[in-house]
Design a protein around this ligand. Sequence first.
Ligand code: 5AD
Length: 355
Amino acid sequence: MNSLIDKLSIEGRLSTQEYRSLLACADDDAVREYAASRARETALARFGNGIYIRGLIEVSNVCRNDCYYCGIRRSNRNVSRYSLSYEEIMECCRTGYALGFRTFVMQGGEISGAADEAITDTVRAVRAEFPDCAITLSLGEKRREVYQRFFDAGANRYLLRHETVTPDHYGRLHPAEMSLEGRLHCLYDLREIGFQTGTGIMVGSPYQTLDNIVADVLFIEKFRPQMIGLGPYLPQHDTPFAAFPAGSMNMTLMLLSVFRLMFPDALIPSTTALATIAPQGRELGILAGANVVMPNLSPADTRAHYALYDNKRATGTEAAEGLRALEAQLESIGYRISFDRGDYSPSGGVRPAGG
Ligand code: 5AD
């Protein structure tokens, strides 16, 4: 297996069968740790020991979708719904800016119509008040015109996980009114508009097979996103999938390493879901090749209501306190916070185009 990892590190890709064999070894500690060590070297060579921070603002938990895995799905009556006001979002950004954040991520449930106008206005205001900051949006599927308005208002990046690229798996995770095709269409629109675009999957989502994961790796290989978001599936007690077990931390770590070796320049977060599944999850993600963390800047009293899954980490900590804890956490493994804006920038020339 180590020779496959070396091959991936040199060529940036493997055959379908080789990806499959490698990923099948996710629970083999020696193989996974070798992949992590190569991925870590790759990230260190490209980014040094700086980890980019993105201030996450959970702007609303109102959602028109009914994804079977997600705690803020429309049918969940036990969620108390909120939407932050323009002024509240600006306050989060001001707090974050003072702490050194230079990227703000506005994430929320999918709502359309008036909400899109409100977001556009907010993006414009953030862009005006913080011209040196990047604005990332994570607000689900929109018509291309809406994405274009977000972009014109000053948004730079967009996160939209495809969740799974296998149509019947997609159909088992989502109600019939949602389509994989629609989602992929959105990703291509975002990229064409000029967003730095992120996609990704939940690892170990219900009914996911190894072949599904391999298909996702191949899709990501082809799509070449600038950002890749991965976290284990975690059950939420009010969803139809409450009884499904959490996804595998080992597979999540293995995939982080595989993606880092495929894409040395990619922005790859060590996610909150990973930090939730294991006490050292965040550190392990970084040691497997991740180079971004997304601390929460949402008002402390709304965080508990943005519960996509149970036991979400750090719902009570205030932003400044959280940042100090993060600093210590990173230091303990030989890393530090990078306060750079951290845009995607291809280094080029390191390896022949196409791998
Ligand atoms: N467990 C883990 N991740 C989840 N997401 C939604 N629900 C869950 C869950 N139960 C992820 C999805 C979505 C992102 C915002 O959060 O991948 O794209």
